[in-house]
Design a protein around this ligand. Structure first.
Ligand code: C2E
Ligand code: CA
Ligand code: CA
Ligand code: CA
Length: 280
């Protein structure tokens, strides 16, 4: 029994060691990824459920490393945050999305919007960080409304991030704000009314339970009713089936996004992807 215990410990610590090594390797490789243009953005359609129009996409970062291959953002974003590299990567995401939004506003629709993910560390950065974004935006013939920033709900409770003040600055510049993964964080519904936000995004863990768990449906309905009462629109993420879509539509959800409509695709493939969805 003693031996087995010891073995288990060593297996465990070996796993841990391997995981740590992988993180150290990723952090090292991330430093050259920007300079070597290894990042790209993929875009996933967000559909307006009432009208069926497609005028929003979420930008999701992709990293193609020469030997590691495709590394998932779920794996490297947390490492980038710990290694202090997220602000620089975030600047690249902002700049790329900004350029793309200007292009699609000309070629697809004048009201086209790109939503991008903003890490808590970026939101907490010195005032100059977000101020630079707003400055960049002013230099473009592009309204702030072309971009939507997705932040997580934990930030709203973090006084050190001065959320009220920062959200107001962003909104003054015309940018819209969305609360990502809603329902998975500190979810105190009562604080939401204090903030100037535009969208609440229902986390995919609730959407995936819609057809089998009556409580997941009750939860989605409650989030939708509460959001509407406070003047926010609701986006459901991770929609994979027609059944989930039907339940969301009958619950009054405003927008939906997920593999059911389309996967995230490179910028060049997006117009085709939108065309296919519109034809259905
Ligand atoms: P997220 O913001 O919650 O993004 C949704 C994730 O769900 C994406 O994974 C997307 O590809 C995936 N997804 C979309 N539709 C479906 C569906 O129908 N079913 C399922 N099972 N999944 C679906 P992805 O692209 O791997 O990104 C993972 C996470 O990495 C994101 O979660 C976000 O937190 C982070 N991330 C991605 N891009 C960026 C970025 O540019 N900046 C920052 N800070 N974080 C990013
Ligand atoms: Ca997101
Ligand atoms: Ca999300
Ligand atoms: Ca998520």
């Amino acid at each position: 029994a003693k031996d087995r215990g010891r073995n288990r410990t060593s297996y465990f610590s070996r796993d841990l060691e391997a995981a740590t090594e992988q993180r150290v390797r990723i952090a090292r490789e991330l430093r050259s990824a920007l300079a070597d243009s290894q990042f790209s953005l993929h875009y996933q359609p967000i559909i307006d459920l009432r009208s069926g129009v497609l005028r929003k996409v979420e930008a999701l970062i992709r990293w193609q490393h020469p030997t590691l291959g495709q590394v998932s953002p779920a794996e490297f974003i947390p490492v980038a945050e710990q290694a202090g590299l997220i602000n620089e990567i975030g600047d690249w995401v902002f700049e790329t999305a900004l350029t793309q939004a200007a292009q699609w506003r000309r070629s697809l629709h004048p009201e086209f919007q790109i939503t991008l993910n903003v890490s808590p560390a970026q939101f907490r950065a010195e005032d100059a960080y977000l101020a630079r974004w707003l400055q960049r935006l002013r230099a473009e013939p592009l309204p702030g409304r072309a971009l939507v920033l997705e932040i997580t709900e934990g930030l709203l409770l973090d006084a050190s991030a001065s959320p009220e003040q920062r959200l107001e600055l962003l909104r003054e510049a015309g940018l819209q704000v969305s609360i990502d993964d809603f329902g998975t964080g500190y979810s105190s519904l009562s604080y939401l009314h204090r903030y100037a936000i535009d969208y609440v995004k229902i986390d995919q863990s609730f959407v995936s339970g819609l057809e089998r768990d009556p409580r997941a449906l009750a939860l989605c309905k409650a989030i939708i009713a509460m959001s509407h009462a406070l003047g926010f629109q609701v986006v459901a993420e991770g929609v994979e089936t027609g059944g989930q879509l039907a339940l969301l539509e009958s619950s009054g959800c405003d927008f939906a996004q997920g593999y059911y409509f389309g996967r995230p695709v490179p910028a060049a493939d997006l117009p085709d992807s939108l065309g296919r969805i519109e034809q259905r």
